[in-house]
Design a protein around this ligand. Structure first.
Ligand code: FES
Length: 226
């Protein structure tokens, strides 16, 4: 089962929770106070509340509705309304496999760990949310390979593309980027940008400017299509 890149490790600090979508499935990703990473179905087994609204309590994630606590093994550990009850072992959340490589968090369905399909040694630059689908973004990127995002000059070329990973060469700046695309429902997506080398601050500013223009073009296309 393929991995989905859901964000950068640096953006999920200890004791924090985030939401992602993996193959269309709603997933909660969280780090315990000691830093253990977990990815689960984003649904509390009690009454179905989204666990991404929950709070980290030490090595457990607490649902915000009735406060049930779930340990990193996905099992219920504590029910506040019945503090002396040992929760039945059958109360358990569906877990996903998760791992971190080169500063990216990867999640896949099932509990078998998968290896991410990008080269090692890339440097995370930034993430950006776009109000368009990943397909529109991809088509926009491919359609712009010989067009301009900066002063009417070709600035990048798509050198390789996989399902949700694209490699972009930027000859003028003498570096290459990797774009990890992550689909969200309702015509939204995230783009996570990595560089093959550490970028100087001025390069990061340039990348942000280009991404902003790319975002506007892709979102305008979505607007025109609806
Ligand atoms: S819905 Fe989560 S504890 Fe009740």
């Amino acid at each position: 089962m393929a991995c989905t890149g859901v964000g950068f490790s640096k953006n999920l600090s200890n004791a924090r929770v985030m939401r992602a979508f993996v193959n269309g499935k709603d997933v909660v990703i969280w780090r315990s106070r000691s830093g253990k990473l977990s990815a689960w179905e984003n649904r509390c087994p009690h009454r179905g509340m989204r666990l991404s609204y929950g709070f980290v309590r030490g090595e457990a994630l607490a649902c915000m509705y009735h406060g049930w606590h779930y340990g990193v093994d996905g099992k219920c550990k504590y029910i506040p309304a019945h503090p002396n009850l040992e929760p039945p072992k059958t109360i358990q959340i569906q877990r996903y496999s998760s791992c971190e490589k080169d500063g990216v968090i990867w999640v896949s369905e099932g509990i078998e760990a998968n290896t991410p399909e990008i080269p090692a040694g890339l440097f995370p630059i930034r993430s950006m949310e776009l109000h368009c689908s990943a397909d529109v973004l991809k088509n926009t990127l491919c359609g712009l390979t010989s067009a301009s995002l900066e002063n009417d000059q070709p600035v990048f070329h798509v050198t390789d593309e996989q399902e949700d990973v694209m490699y972009i060469d930027i000859p003028k700046r003498k570096f290459a980027l990797c774009f990890i695309l992550q689909n969200f429902p309702h015509s939204r997506c995230f783009i996570h940008v990595l560089s093959e080398r550490e970028c100087a601050p001025r390069d990061k500013k340039w990348i942000s400017r280009v991404l902003e223009r790319l975002r506007r073009i892709a979102e305008n296309r979505t607007g025109e299509a609806t």
